[in-house]
Design a protein around this ligand. Structure first.
Ligand code: AMP
Ligand code: ZN
Length: 457
């Protein structure tokens, strides 16, 4: 079977062919760990997880590398403003690495909750300073850099095809609100190494041949990907916002340093998740986290289900109403599947339709349709084994029979009821039991403690 993927570089759906037979090297831009990752960020990681699962399903051995940005990402994407980690450390009165480790820990917990598989390699920018300095040295030797009063910059006018990923029209980029020029030679030039304004004041800074400072944001991705995947590799992923600046600059410095074109064969980008029509962003506030959804009584996997109902290239407008509908569908699905008996057979016909969907540029909405048609088809055999195979991609725990999906609001009510019972307030306890029942759950007290069950509808 052929796997087709949409390549941002060529703006075409292309048949995927790896550089090395049977092996895929994949780099996914990871989080900047100065704050919690919101459900928009997590949508992008669900997308790269699905991509990885589809590659593995197609028989490839996948090595995925994900960076952790713990230095150098400034509050403005055009190399100005404060370092996000330093700013957070100051605000919270903590060490920069404690900030990074705290938010990374939560991020990894969210991965687990959402069944997102971990990359083979996690790499922190601060643990690869030497590699980044070496890359800048290489660029300097080849004549791609120049010095200003605040750092070492990449001269984008030295590359004929700068901006090809985003199809940037350089002459249209006006200096001004978004693109400011200062001492830069060209509007699109970007920092490779920034000098500390006052050495000794920053928490994270290093010596370099050019002066004490820290690496520019884009450098880490080129330096670390080449360390772990080689100077040319198969797939690079990230959110769609990275196309015009971050990925454009990664390509520029990597093609200049390594001399391989294209540096990465496939660029695959996930569309945004919007909140009430707005871009959800950490810097603007107004974000929702997985734990916020849990506090509203939603299991994390209902969010994964919601994400899979949209194609990764289409934006999703998030609302609690959408999530509510996704939860209903997901719970219904689990309850139907729970009753299937395993006849050890696989249904080739449905599996083929499913494989066509996933291999057609990860068409998960179509794959879900196939799953629904399959579970509803009364005439077919092979229910359990076929669903098991499909769940290798969905990652929705479709066969976890013992798993009873109990939202947090039900748990809270159960706790309240337990308190009422302990206070011998039987009337209140019964009222709460009825309320829980109306919400579709039953509650039993036995010797081992409380048992909550989902009522079958
Ligand atoms: P950051 O931590 O800001 O570097 O972002 C981590 C990842 O999330 C990047 O791949 C971004 O492109 C992606 N991202 C940021 N905001 C959103 C959003 N609202 N929806 C989907 N992906 C996003
Ligand atoms: Zn990156």
């Amino acid at each position: 079977m052929t796997l087709k993927l949409y390549n941002t570089l060529t703006r075409k759906k292309e048949v995927f062919k790896p550089i090395k037979k049977g092996f895929v090297g994949m780099y996914s831009c990871g989080p900047t760990v100065y704050w919690y990752q919101h459900i928009g960020n997590l949508r992008t990681y669900i997308f790269s997880d699905i991509l990885k699962r589809v590659l593995i399903y197609n028989g490839y051995n996948v090595k995925q590398v994900m960076n952790i940005t713990d230095v150098g990402h400034l509050t403005s994407d055009s190399d100005e403003g404060e370092d996000k980690i330093e700013k957070a450390a100051k605000k919270e009165g903590k060490k920069a690495q404690d900030i990074a480790d705290f938010y990374l820990k939560i991020f990894k917990q969210d991965f687990k909750k959402l069944n997102i598989s971990e990359p083979e390699i996690w790499c922190k920018a601060t643990k690869h300073i030497k590699e980044q300095i070496d890359l800048v040295k290489k660029l300097e030797k080849k004549g791609f850099t120049y010095k200003t009063s605040d750092g070492i910059y990449f001269n984008t006018s030295k590359l004929k095809d700068y901006g090809k990923l985003a199809k940037l029209k350089i002459e249209n980029l006006q200096a001004g609100k978004r693109v400011s020029i200062c001492e830069k030679k060209n509007k699109t030039d970007f920092a490779l190494w920034k000098f500390s304004e006052k050495p000794g004041k920053r928490q994270q800074e290093w010596k370099s041949p050019w002066g004490i400072g820290f690496p520019g944001w884009h450098v880490e991705c080129s330096a670390m990907s080449s360390k772990y995947l080689g100077e040319q590799f198969d797939i690079h992923t990230g959110g769609e916002d990275h196309i015009p600046v971050h990925h454009t600059n990664e390509i520029a410095q990597s093609e200049a340093a390594f001399g391989k074109k294209p540096w990465v064969k496939f660029w695959i980008h996930g569309a945004f998740l919007k909140l009430l029509g707005e871009k959800m962003s950490k810097s603007k506030g107004g974000i929702a986290r997985i734990s916020d959804l849990e506090n509203q009584g939603y299991e994390p996997l209902t969010f994964r289900y919601l994400v899979l109902t949209g194609h990764y290239k289409k934006q999703i407008n998030f609302s609690l109403n959408n999530l509510f509908n996704a939860r209903n569908s997901y719970n219904k699905l689990i309850n139907i599947i729970r009753n299937f008996k395993d006849d050890k057979k696989v249904n080739k016909e449905y599996l083929k339709k499913f494989e066509e969907a996933i291999n057609n540029d990860l068409d998960m909405p179509k794959a879900l349709q196939v799953l629904w048609a399959f579970v509803r088809d009364k005439k077919v055999v092979g229910k359990v084994q076929t669903i098991k195979k499909m769940d290798e991609i969905f990652g929705l725990d479709l066969l976890k029979k013992e798993k009873i999906i109990i939202p947090n609001n039900i748990r809270k009510l159960a706790d309240e009821r337990e308190k009422a019972r302990q206070n011998k307030d039987w009337k209140k306890a019964d009222e709460i039991r009825e309320k829980i029942k109306r919400l579709g759950y039953s509650i039993d007290d036995d010797k081992e403690g409380l048992k909550i069950k989902f009522l079958k509808k």
